[in-house]
Structures are given as C-alpha cells and as structure tokens.
Write a protein of this length. Structure first.
Length: 187
C-alpha cells in the first residue's frame, strides 16, 4: 500500500511585506484566497499521479486547484479533515515586522500551545489522526492514494502514519510546494 503526501502549489500572493500581528489576519485571508502558480508543476509529480489510484485533497481552494493541475478534473475525496492548521495571531497593534518573521514566530508559538483565532495543536493532531485513518482506508481499498494537502497538516499526518508502521520520510517540515513524500506499508 502507498500513501503520497504532496504540498499544494505555491500561492500567487505577495500581500504586505510588513504588518502588525493584528494585520496578519488580512494577510492570512489573502493567502488562503490566492490561486496557485500553475506553471511550476513538476512533470515527475504528474507522472507519479498517473500511477495513483485515488486522490484526496483539502477543501481549501489552493489544494483543490493544485489537485486539478496534477490529476485533471478528478473528484475523489475533498475533505476539510485535510485542511491546514492555520496560523494563530494575537490582537496586537504593533510592532510592524516582516510577515516571514511573524509566520515563524506564530507557528513556533502554535507548536507550544498558542492558538488565538485558530484550532490548537491538540485539536489539529486529533484531526491528523482522522486524516491518517481515512488515507489508510483509501490505501487498503485502492492500493495507492495521493493527498494534496498543506505543509503543517502533512507533517502531522506523516507522524501518524509512521506511528502506525508506515515507512517514509521522517521530517517534512521543510518540504517545498509541489513536493511529494511517499509512505509504504505491506498489506
């Protein structure tokens, strides 16, 4: 059996370069609405998709669009259980820092338990367990499944797969857009 986790395509979004923590809400909303840069889809990923039996993806538009670019108009499994664990942010009006700095700080704080305006890491891990259950079920039925998902949720799902005896990459935290990671387990 095989489960491939793919991070969605790069969103075509620039947004503000600097903002306050409170302004991160607007930045996050823009990022979530942005279309993906479709010209960047690696041919090797398209070829791998041709050998995949069933596809799953997050219900967030950048994943649905990415899945369409990878596998055509398939409509197998679109489910919010695969959606990203969004960035938290505090309601502060300052200081104004680069968005990249806030993203790193807020994600680190999220891993440590800060979850203002989003679900907690505990809830996200519970959802990742459900997502892994669904992917394993699809792999048992079809043999191979490809999930077009998100950076952090794919990390949490991969941890669940490894806990259940699936072999594959250990650390997905630095995986770039469109990058697949495949996990395998004998039937």
């Amino acid at each position: 059996m095989q489960i491939t986790l793919v991070r969605h395509g790069r969103p075509n979004y620039s947004g503000a370069e600097r903002c306050t923590p409170r302004e991160m809400k607007t930045w996050i909303e823009g990022y979530n609405r942005a279309p993906v840069v479709c010209s960047e889809v690696p041919q090797s990923l398209i070829d791998q998709a041709k050998r995949t039996e069933v596809f799953a993806c997050s219900s967030i538009s950048r994943c649905v669009e990415s899945r369409t670019r990878i596998a055509g108009g398939c409509t197998d499994e679109v489910d919010e259980v695969f959606a990203e664990a969004h960035l938290p942010y505090p309601d502060w009006n300052g200081p104004k820092l680069p968005v990249k700095v806030w993203r790193i700080l807020f994600r680190g704080a999220w891993f440590l338990g800060f979850s203002r305006h989003t679900e907690s890491i505990r809830v996200s891990r519970k959802r990742a367990r459900k997502a892994a259950d669904r992917l394993i079920e699809l792999a048992r039925i079809h043999g191979s499944v490809m999930l077009v998902g998100h950076g952090i949720m794919n990390v949490l799902i991969s941890a669940e797969l490894r806990k259940r005896g699936w072999s594959g990459p250990l650390n997905l935290i630095l995986k770039d857009y469109w990058q697949p990671c495949t996990y395998r387990k004998a039937r």
